[in-house]
Write a protein that binds this ligand. Structure first.
Ligand code: ZN
Length: 377
């Protein structure tokens, strides 16, 4: 089957598919008709994320999703699996994703094929989310789109002339690891000054907590304390509204201090409060100067990233997903100002920069969309 297809205006005539969204903490499965979820069953990876433990549980979740939808596996055209990279979409083998310990060279496609005997496709989660938005979300009607998700990390999917850009190694497009500040700090990928290092939800939280530790964040800390006192639910929420599997880990919690160099009880208490990206966003909205400065820096970095994307790909549309992009004008206005000031006029005039439309189900819809894409439906 050929890799490539049209985008879908409606779900009519599309066969039923199963989507699996494989995340570090949660794995979700669904029976889908186009972008419509007929059922959804999730499991937590829990204490033992090893593949020989998790994969049978995924089968059970799929069987339960089929049961809930009143569908049999014989009615299903295929199973699409969105997984964290690195992976090889051609062979369906997953290579040691950082957030799935113990998963090294797992032949996911072959295992699922042996179990279900129907077409199975595996794709990088950001690419498949981009495919979902392209076929069923904001990108309908386009041929060239770039999808960028900004949450705990920053991921990207590039679709050119209706095809997912995989590159020679199959790892394209790592938009989060484009260099923004070449004199900057080292990212966990090995590069220096990556967009992800500067502008992810994790980075927002890191900047805030560093400032607090250095004594510059008294007002932000007071804001976070007030939030904690007035909302008992805050501590249990993920840091930002999330899309797809990419739950933010930078939570407002009472983790032990990372540095033990403060002695007084007052200072010790300050060490215990870890501020998350969502709190920084709320504090910025409330006018806390440090929080505003952090969001401004992040917004400018995202703007520079958008300029780079526009110059490299000249897409019709850049679709932004993930919790950080939900911050609204506070983030988007400075980012778009950078685009207006710096991007070349011709490709800038040709691009629309929009919010993603599929929300939290983008991972599942994108996974299911892999079947339509590979089957040329
Ligand atoms: Zn990086």
């Amino acid at each position: 089957m050929e890799r490539g297809m049209q985008n879908k205006e409606t779900n009519d005539r599309l066969p039923l598919v199963i989507g699996v969204d494989l995340g570090g903490t949660q794995i979700r499965t669904a029976v889908l008709h186009g972008s419509t979820l007929l059922s959804r069953v999730g499991i937590l990876t829990g204490e033992n994320p090893m593949p020989d433990h998790i994969i049978p549980r995924i089968y059970s979740a799929i069987d339960e999703a089929l049961h809930q939808a009143g569908i049999t596996i014989q009615q299903i055209a295929g199973i699409g699996i969105a997984a964290p990279g690195p992976l090889d979409y051609k062979t369906g083998i997953i290579y040691a994703p950082p957030n799935l310990p113990g998963w090294d060279r797992v032949p996911l496609r072959d295992l699922f094929t042996e179990h279900y005997h129907i077409p199975i496709f595996v794709e990088n989660d950001a690419n498949s989310a981009g495919l979902g938005e392209y076929m069923f979300g904001a990108g309908r009607g386009c041929t060239d789109i770039v999808y960028m998700t900004i949450s705990t990390g920053i991921g990207g999917g590039v679709i050119i002339n209706g095809k997912i850009l995989a590159g020679a190694s199959g790892t394209a497009a790592e938009l989060g690891h484009m260099t923004i500040d070449w004199h900057g700090e080292r990212c966990k990928c090995g590069n220096i000054g990556c967009l992800e290092y500067i502008a992810s939800g994790t980075s927002i939280a890191r900047r805030a907590n560093e400032a607090i530790r250095s004594g510059e964040g008294i007002e932000l800390l007071a804001f976070a304390r007030t939030m904690l006192e007035h909302s008992s639910t805050v501590a249990n929420q993920s840091a930002l509204p999330t899309q797809g599997h990419d739950a933010n880990t930078a939570e407002l919690d009472s983790s032990p201090p990372e540095q033990g160099d403060m002695d007084t009880s007052d200072q010790h208490q300050q060490e215990h409060l870890h501020v998350n990206a969502r709190t920084v966003a709320l504090a910025a909205e409330a006018g806390v100067p440090l929080a505003r400065a952090i969001i401004q820096t992040v917004a400018e970095a995202i703007g520079v990233g958008l300029v780079n994307i526009i110059h490299c790909f000249s897409p019709q549309m850049i679709i932004l997903g993930g919790g950080v992009t939900q911050m609204g004008p506070m983030l988007m206005e400075p980012a778009l100002r950078v685009v207006q000031e710096r991007a070349m006029k011709v490709p800038r005039d040709a691009v629309q920069i929009v919010q993603a439309q599929l929300g939290e189900n983008v991972g599942l819809v994108g996974a299911g969309a892999l079947i339509y894409y590979h089957s040329n439906m």
